[in-house]
Design a protein around this ligand. Sequence first.
Ligand code: FAD
Ligand code: AMP
Length: 481
Amino acid sequence: MTEKYDVIVIGAGPAGYHAAIRAAQLGLKVVCIDKWINKQGEPAYGGTCLNVGCIPSKALLETTHKFVEASTEFEVLGIQAKGITIDVPTMIARKDKVVQNLTKGVAGLLKSNGVTMLDGAAKLNAARMVEVTLHDGSTQSLEGDNVIIATGSVPVAIPPCPLQEDLIVDSTGALDFQKVPKRLGVIGAGVIGLELGSVWNRLGSEVVVLEALEEFLPMADKQVARETGKLLKSQGMDIRLGTRVTGTEVKKNKVTVTYSNADGEKQETFDQLIVAVGRRPYTENLLSADSGVDLDERGFVYVNDLCSTNAPGVYAVGDVVRGPMLAHKGMEEGVMVAERIAGHKPLVNYDCVPSVIYTHPEVAWVGKTEQELKAAGESFKTGSFPMAASGRAMAANDTAGFIKVIADEHTDRILGIHMVGAHVSEIIAEAVIAMEFESSAEDLGLTMFAHPTLSESLHEAALAVSGHAIHIANSKRNRKK
Ligand code: FAD
Ligand code: AMP
């Protein structure tokens, strides 16, 4: 028998579960299908983000940051804490507990909103018919007035680096090391490579990051990328740019990596190797030949600005479609599609998607970079404020980094905000709100910020755009107006 639904959501990652819950809140009959089986062998919701992405990586980053603070910074603060050690299995077990609590929480949310959950693999056929193969091997046929594809992404595998249990791992394997590798290679200096490299570097691993590109963090503002590279190197990360990995060989429980750079071909041997060379959209066994859904040339499900595919009534959201592969971008797309199905008219503002790198210090930005604006021939002005001049940062003994506001030269409208510093993953929300409300730098400068906070640095950077920052020495720029 074919069961009919208003909305069928394929995938219960952040994009899919947001779509499902919002559609159910709006009174629609919703089913959500996911095939994830977790480490414990149970179905689990939350997709990559909760199971092997955002949340577990942040759990490990939090633990290891506290470890570094306790072992290297407490003494400066007058706290005696000698002989601090790390118990890796306990750290990993706590991370697993956080993941389990959250994935169960999502299951509870879906249930309490009346979303029907099916644990299995879905395939989309013609006319919004969906065939589900449940984990017990049985099948179920569904028909939807609307279908939302939210099948996410998986790590890219590259031929020179076939995964080998415990020795050559992708980001998922790197979340489960049971001891600190003495020498760790990381291929790819993208966000995931830097975050996971940081985790193990903080615990004493000698981390070498091999990156094919000549430029470090090319998507970030150049000044931010420079500062970040400098800070990570000062923490002991050996980041080698212009270094393309061409082969790996496993011998006696070690991995020898062959790479080429400007000096020719070289080799390095590591105890473990993380392959973090990006992620690709996941559509395996998802679409039948007559589903009517097209993929673009890079394998993403093709959608327009409203996340509609080429098949009527079929939408796609999250990592499986164009745009940054970020959980919050997928969540907003999921909500937008659910609301549009219910007859509302929301939009996603793709100009206001925040990016964060959860190293220490953290890196965050929203809007345009200086180099993008220069390339587009736009005239702009900037204001920067160093964290070293923030009273709160000094009180916290955490003064690395800066915040920069970029505003239109003529209208003063904020075009981009870029930051490196402690807790900027939180401060970036204030920047996003300002941009979402089309604030000028002056508007932000006229807004009252609590003192003493790290956020005040954003206030000061906004004031600095017109030379009025209070806590910057009376520079030529400050005297100008
Ligand atoms: P996914 O989370 O990948 O979920 C897709 C779901 O669809 C999965 O549960 C899968 O089982 C299911 N599925 C696929 N095909 C089928 C099918 N045919 N039938 C049934 N079910 C199916 N992003 C951030 O914003 N912040 C971060 O800090 C961050 N950190 C990350 C750290 C790491 C180590 C990694 C790997 C990723 C990180 N990301 C982060 C990226 C983030 O995880 C993704 O952007 C996000 O999970 C995408 O959500 P999604 O719902 O589109 O897809
Ligand atoms: P991201 O897609 O942001 O996660 O980053 C992945 C990074 O891996 C990119 O910066 C790529 O340039 C890099 N990369 C991909 N293949 C290789 C390779 N063979 N050797 C070194 N770096 C690579």
